[in-house]
Unconditional design. Structure first.
Ligand code: AMP
Ligand code: GLY
Length: 426
């Protein structure tokens, strides 16, 4: 098989790496990929943009690509799947109608309310004045969300009225363009966040191992939100009992609700959950794609060939697949970020020590790098240094032994990834 992966982050490096482990996969192409995918055997980067649907389609048809896997949400929300399918290609990733579940929080909230999926109480506004009155009558903490895609920056968990009002003003001032035509104002939930990524063919839906990520930039989960500074799986917080309830109350209900809307959703449905100390949960958000960096800790533990699962989704025969097989043990990843991230940062710094990190037993997925004779930084999140072990302690030790070998000017990483399950820091 020949597979084309669309995207350029750590998630796409992990997807390409995993797909290439199968004897059935002859070659992987990445659009545009990164320095990590460029270094994989039997993997080639193509210098096309992820929104060049026609260019991607022409290449895939000429090359005889058997499966196209879409990583990021933006091309999904723009309809890449609809376009490539119309050209006769097989695509893993929902169509534009399905991608609304991530691309519009108003749409997703309505679906959750209609389908009785547990979620935070909320209200929707298209003007600032009533939004502010609602905030004043409910008090803080309160959560303000721009409706559309905002690259992870559209949510404010406000602890003061000023912050909440300022977040509403920023959205209606047009900070997020059309993504900010509506705001969702939501009750603030507390507890532990768990990411449940599930494979679906539009009829059957099966979860992958539950993961947790650390979204904040600072140790102790403080400071600004980021795309994710580290992750681990399988999280012990998501017990078998909890996962059974998630299957019934979230995954099955969502797929049934999508079907009722005549949406044929094939790909990953990612439910971000908040779990309180009593084991009750509510959905914080849905994503229409693999999580990043959750994918980097889930796929190393997957034993069933990934392309078989993806094809079963695309060909709508997931129900006939045997149960998904997993390796015993645990996986953890630590993100090496550029100094200044998630604010402004510089790119183009020379990265050293990857081979030494691998020699120390870590697996290094590239998140924002380019190979230009030398390997240089090319994003806020640069590397995902990953450990796979018999337990969390071993996995985290390998990840940290690896990251200590790596260097680039301004490099920053958190030393407390996994602090929820291990009570020490590295
Ligand atoms: P979202 O873009 O909806 O994933 O939100 C980003 C992050 O904001 C989540 O991962 C949570 O950490 C936080 N968040 C979102 N909704 C809520 C909520 N209702 N209560 C508390 N935190 C939230
Ligand atoms: N790690 C969070 C996300 O992928 O949205």
């Amino acid at each position: 098989m020949k597979i084309l992966v669309v995207g350029s982050g750590g998630r796409e490096h992990a997807l390409a790496w995993k797909l290439l482990q199968s004897s059935q996969v002859e070659q992987v192409f990445c659009v545009p990929g990164n320095g990590g995918t460029a270094s994989l055997n039997r993997c080639q980067n193509l210098s096309k943009s992820v929104d060049d649907f026609e260019g991607i389609s022409n290449f895939a048809l000429q090359e005889g690509i058997d499966l196209v896997v879409i990583g990021p949400e933006v091309p999904l929300a723009q309809g890449i799947t609809d376009y490539l399918q119309s050209q006769g290609l097989k695509v893993f990733g929902p169509n534009k109608a399905g991608a609304q579940i991530e691309a519009s929080k108003v749409w997703a909230k309505t679906l959750m309310q209609e389908a009785n999926i547990p979620t935070a109480n909320s209200a929707v506004f298209n003007r600032a004045a009533p939004a502010k009155s609602y905030i004043k009558s409910h008090g803080v903490p309160i959560v303000i969300k721009a409706d559309g895609l905002a690259a992870g920056k559209g949510v404010t968990v406000a602890t003061t009225l000023n912050q909440a009002v300022e977040a509403v003003d920023a959205i209606f001032r047009g900070q997020f363009g059309r993504a900010g035509e509506f705001v969702v104002i939501e009750e603030c939930l507390t507890g532990q966040e768990v990411s449940v990524l599930a494979l679906t063919d539009g009829l059957t839906i099966r979860p992958l191992l539950p993961a947790q990520d650390h979204k904040r930039i600072g140790e102790g989960d403080t400071g600004e939100n980021t795309g994710g500074m580290g992750a681990y799986a399988p999280t012990p917080i998501a017990t078998v009992n909890l996962m059974e309830r998630v299957q019934k109350q979230v995954l099955n209900r969502t797929i049934n609700a999508l079907r009722a809307k005549k949406i044929d959703y094939r790909g990953i449905l990612y439910a971000g959950l908040m779990i309180n100390p009593n084991g009750e949960f509510k959905v914080l958000e849905f994503n229409c794609r693999f999580g990043d960096p959750e994918t980097q800790v889930i796929l190393p533990l997957l034993e069933t060939p990934l392309e078989e699962l993806m094809l079963a989704c695309v060909e709508q025969r997931l129900e006939q697949m045997p149960p998904i097989a997993w390796k015993q043990g645990a996986c953890a990843t630590v993100v090496a970020a550029s100094g200044g991230y998630p604010g402004t940062y510089e790119k183009g710094k020379v990265i050293t020590g990857i081979a030494a990190a691998q020699a120390a037993g870590a697996n290094v997925f590239h998140a924002g790098t380019t190979l230009n004779q030398q390997l240089i930084t090319d994003g806020g999140r640069v590397l995902n240094v990953t450990g796979i072990g018999e337990n969390f302690e071993q996995a985290l030790r390998l990840a940290y032994a690896g990251i200590e070998q790596i260097d680039f000017e301004g490099m920053y990483y958190r030393r407390d990834i996994g602090h929820g399950i291990l009570d020490f820091r590295f």
